[in-house]
Design a protein around this ligand. Structure first.
Ligand SMILES: Cc1ncc(C[n+]2csc(CCOP(=O)(O)OP(=O)(O)O)c2C)c(N)n1
Length: 354
């Protein structure tokens, strides 16, 4: 059985053996970023139900994976998110307003509504745009890491994916390439128990995903995915190993998807409420809050001020996005052709005339 590395227990106390030290400012920024992510997710689901946006996915319960891992890296490192990693955008300085414009797919969305909601990305933040086909980001990240190795860059790529992505061929292709070429890439799997309605028990007979990394000769470990301290520590160590030339590293973060897969899903059809309730007690945000309180870094007053400021920031951004026009029809084919074929320019003209 592979051990699950965990430093912060459910009551927010650090286990004695923990040697990882994280600066207070980093802990507080992680907490704010996780709270912001959760609040935005909740508001986006409501907006979808109100018909304001087309679709929404949430990282409820999994916020620590994105935020603590991003916190352990440097800005020069390239990130390849799946779609439950909005927290990396906020950690790296992406604004609430930019994110909400993206969720609306309006003319201020950096990708002009040409992707689904939650398919964020940012060139300036070194975050590669989310790709809908599951698992395709895995060989992309391996290739990026190989290029950085060839160019002798002091940076790594980190690729996020769910347990479901490890049932795709791209997972095996990406891991094997990275292992053979000793690419400086961290494969970060959020094992949240499900690929939509398919539980991990129906996907593989191993205990989890770490065993699969070991099969490629990749150092692979399992960490508590709701524990920011443990995630920060293992990602920092994995980065150092990559930069020492030790090749790819795999981290399996054990977590749970507390919400539905997306606004197109009803999880009551395939899992029991007791299972969800048990995981709610392991909430990564609550656990970090208790730890901050035990270190006298947090209290009720600060909590209320934070929630108020986050709610205000998000409401203001939503109000602006509601007033923003959709992208111009021409942008549908912008950046695709050197010379736009006549049949398409005719179609665009027809749509504009309609
Ligand atoms: C190649 C491919 N097959 C199927 C889908 C449909 N699909 C979208 S998300 C998803 C589940 C992915 O599960 P997992 O990787 O565990 O991530 P999670 O949603 O649990 O975070 C599936 C099957 C897809 N987008 N791409």
């Amino acid at each position: 059985m592979i051990e699950v590395i965990s430093y912060l227990d459910e009551s927010g106390q650090l286990v004695k053996s923990c040697l990882c030290e994280i600066e207070d400012a980093v802990l507080l920024k992680m907490y704010r970023t996780m709270c912001l992510t959760r609040h935005i997710d909740e508001r986006m689901i409501t907006l979808q139900r109100q018909g304001e946006i087309s679709f929404a996915l949430s990282s409820r319960g999994e916020e620590a994976c994105a935020v603590a891992s991003a916190a352990a890296l440097e800005m020069c490192d390239w990130l390849y998110p799946q779609y439950r990693e909005a927290g990396v955008m906020f950690w790296r300085g992406g604004t609430t307003l930019d994110y909400i414009h993206h969720m609306f797919g309006d003319c201020e969305d950096s990708i002009l509504g040409r992707q689904m909601p939650n398919h964020f990305g940012s060139h300036s933040l070194n975050v590669v745009t989310v790709s809908s086909p599951i698992g395709t980001n895995i060989p992309h990240a391996a290739g990026c890491a190989y290029a950085m190795k060839c160019q002798k860059e002091e940076a790594v790529a980190l690729c996020y994916f769910g347990d479901g992505a490890t049932s795709e061929g791209d997972f095996y292709v990406g891991l094997n390439f990275a292992a053979v070429r000793k690419c400086p890439v961290i494969f970060f799997c959020r094992n949240n128990g499900y690929a939509i309605s398919t539980p991990t028990s129906a996907q593989f007979v191993t205990e989890g995903v770490a065993e699969k990394g070991a099969a490629f000769g990749i150092p692979s470990l399992r960490v508590d995915g709701n524990d920011v301290v443990a995630i920060y520590d293992v990602v920092q160590k994995a980065r150092a190993a990559c930069l020492r030339g030790e090749g790819p590293q795999l981290i399996e973060a054990m977590t749970y998807r507390l919400g539905a897969h997306s606004t197109s899903d009803d999880p009551t059809q395939y899992r029991k409420n007791e299972e969800v309730k048990a995981w709610e007690k392991k909430c990564p945000i609550l656990r970090l809050r208790r730890y901050l309180e035990s270190r006298k870094l947090w209290n009720e007053e600060k909590e209320n001020a934070l929630l108020e400021s986050v709610a205000g920031e998000v409401s203001a951004a939503i109000a602006l996005a509601k007033e923003t026009s959709p992208p111009a029809v021409e942008t549908l084919i912008q950046d695709v052709y050197h010379e736009i074929p006549k049949f398409l320019s005719d179609e665009i003209e027809g749509m504009n005339d309609a």
